[in-house]
Design a protein around this ligand. Sequence first.
Ligand code: FAD
Length: 457
Amino acid sequence: MPSIAENVVNNDLCIGCGVCAGICPQQLLVMNFNIHGEYNPFLKQPCSTECGLCMRVCPFNEGNMNETEIGRKLFEKIEGIKYSEETGYYLDSFVGYSPTFRETSASGGMATWLLAKLLEKSVVDYVICVATQDTPEKLFSFQIFEEAESIARSSGSAYYPVELSDMIKTILDKPGRYAITGLPCFIKAIRLATTQNQKLKERITVLIGLVCGQMKSKHYTTYLSELANAGGKLQRVNYRGKSPDKPASNYYFHCINQYGTEGKVFWNDGVSEAFVNRWFTPNACNYCDDVFAELADVSFMDAWLPEYSNDNSGTSLMLVRSHAILNLVHQAIDNDEINVNNIPVDKVIQSQAGVLNVKRKLLSYHLHLASKMNLIAPNKRVNPNKRIGFLNQKEVELKLKMQENSKHFFITRNQTMNIKNVRTIMHPYLKQTKNLRLIKRLTFPIRIVKKYVSIRR
Ligand SMILES: Cc1cc2nc3c(=O)[nH]c(=O)nc-3n(C[C@H](O)[C@H](O)[C@H](O)COP(=O)(O)OP(=O)(O)OC[C@H]3O[C@@H](n4cnc5c(N)ncnc54)[C@H](O)[C@@H]3O)c2cc1C
């Protein structure tokens, strides 16, 4: 039986969710950081049973069901359920914010509001979500909350590796109803695990998804702290600081290092360059086709729409797939507890146009490249395709080079990160990317006319 190490980790397809390590009946796997600052499962001792459970719960193991197949089983029979290829199944879509949690949250604070509500109304006994850990080696981790009052401590988005192995073990040991937050691939791993283990199926009763463009390795945070002039061992970071004089999209990264030095850098002053160009992004993210966390009972995201992104306080979008959650939302709207309205699903899709382009069109080219290079790639709902246009091809190739370079940078530079070195190495790719963007802008009218003509034919 092929192991998780041979099939997934050695092919650089592991996202580090930790579900395999949590569910392993012999507890042979332990989650640790690899040299690239990404979590991987490591074998403590050779596996003698080879039961294959680790493979059956892996979101990047090509033999497992895809999101459409799992989604159909979960949601198809729900009364009033709708489906779109982009979002998967959904009952209703909303836009708005929670006045209580908005200020300290990533977007409109709706995710934190729901977690608090689930505990307050005893819909679940425990919430498992991500909170700061305040140790330099592990700045964030999945943690367990029992009281609605303490949940605000977990607000915000962690662009930092976190893993679920200990939490899965806790759920298996401790009876109760659990809600868990997660990125799309984590939610898929949990859903796969619930098909393999009855206790997990009974105890994990609510899954809360976050729309995801890409994950980041631990080294991304090191890079940002250097950019903010507060490098060294970090004590605490916040990736999504809000400023009254800036639009929601220009949020800032803030950190405090071991000497108490504080650093701050805005999205437009260097964060976006590293984020958008996929520096420090795990390879597995290149093979993801789930934008909206299709297997979650509810998915949250930023309202990246012109009518909301100028509001510096942040606004959430919400896709609901469960009647129980829908009822909680309606009750809270009626009680004026949250400032939330319906929004057409087309608008929700529009808000993630960039991520959809990456996870559909550009993914098809990634798959083409993988097959050309004889690399193992998971089966996706998108087929390999090289005909995505020359400019798009170039974009993928340049970003792949930057992604690869950022991954090896740390090792080759004696575990220190020097911003000047990073920028020197990235400079030629950044220059080409800039030129590419210029050509794209200049040729935009021609491409629109071409598209129009081809539709008319
Ligand atoms: C890596 C990453 C990439 C993302 N990419 C996009 C994107 O491309 N487009 C988009 O619209 N939105 C994206 N999001 C989601 C967005 O950042 C917000 O989380 C979302 O809008 C919810 O905002 P909120 O104010 O309602 O959440 P909050 O009220 O701030 O609550 C967020 C909840 O999520 C939990 N959480 C934070 N980070 C993680 C994590 N890594 N894994 C599991 N749980 C976590 C927290 O514990 C908290 O409970 C991403 C989030 C992450 C972590």
